[in-house]
Design a binder for this molecule. Structure first.
Ligand SMILES: [Zn+2]
Length: 238
């Protein structure tokens, strides 16, 4: 195989490596995953806030229920005292009757409030369940996408890892002097080797001289583009 073809293969490998590395970098900043993650985190924070609200309501309900239980006991005691004839003083009877009514009212109010709390809790619970299902499905979506991204990244890394050995094998076959020249040119060009097509250097898109073309066609020695300096190669058609 002519040296330039080997060099060309190296150049193609280097281009592939650059492209793969570019893809790898792009994969590290997946906007879709980023926004999905932010969405999940925001959702979780709202969910936790609602959950806190729910448990506060539950606590309030418990306290109210205890208040009602205590008031009911007070009511019973007072009722007993009023009707078992142990109080005979009219003034005392009147004041205790008033107290009884006020306790009854208090119980009624507390019970109404408990009903409101219970209803709110039902609504909150339904909301929480819906949010939880939604968050779970989003998290599942994220896991799946993240997993396939990682698999893809791994595949890219494997492909990139294979390149140096293939490159080394090609390097070993190339004439040392040509290789040295090529490596030297690599400092200035990403693609030091340029194909000549219809008399034009495909590296800089400028026509090469008649003499350069003649030398290329003769296939003797290295030919360089007098415009951009790239190493030229020419392939006989057919
Ligand atoms: Zn050129």
């Amino acid at each position: 195989m002519p040296d330039y073809k080997l060099l060309l293969e190296i150049q193609v490998l280097d281009e592939q490596k650059r492209a793969l590395e570019q893809k790898l970098r792009e994969g590290q900043t997946s906007e879709e995953l980023k926004s999905l993650k932010a969405e999940i985190e925001a959702g979780r924070s709202i969910f936790n806030k609602l959950k806190g609200e729910y448990s506060n309501q539950k606590k309030t309900q418990k306290t109210k229920e205890m208040d009602v239980a205590m008031a009911s006991e007070e009511l019973n005691n007072l009722g007993q005292k009023l009707y078992d004839g142990s109080i005979t003083n009219v003034k005392e009877i009147n004041s205790n009757s008033k107290k009884l009514e006020s306790i009854k009212n208090k119980i009624k109010q507390e019970e109404d409030y408990i009903l409101v709390l219970m209803e709110e809790q039902v609504n909150l619970r339904a909301k929480l369940e819906k949010m939880s299902a939604d968050l779970n499905s989003k998290a599942e979506d994220y896991r799946r996408k993240h997993g396939s991204l990682l698999a893809n990244q791994q595949r890219l890394q494997q492909l990139i890892a294979q390149i140096p050995l293939a490159r080394q094998k090609l390097l070993e076959k190339i004439d040392a002097e040509i290789l040295h020249k090529y490596m030297d040119m690599k400092k200035s060009f990403e693609d030091p080797l340029a194909r000549v097509e219809k008399g034009i250097c495909m590296g800089c898109r400028v026509g090469i001289t008649f003499n350069e073309l003649r030398l290329l066609k003769q296939g003797e020695g290295l030919v360089f583009c007098s415009h951009c300096g790239r190493m030229l190669y020419w392939e006989r058609q057919g």
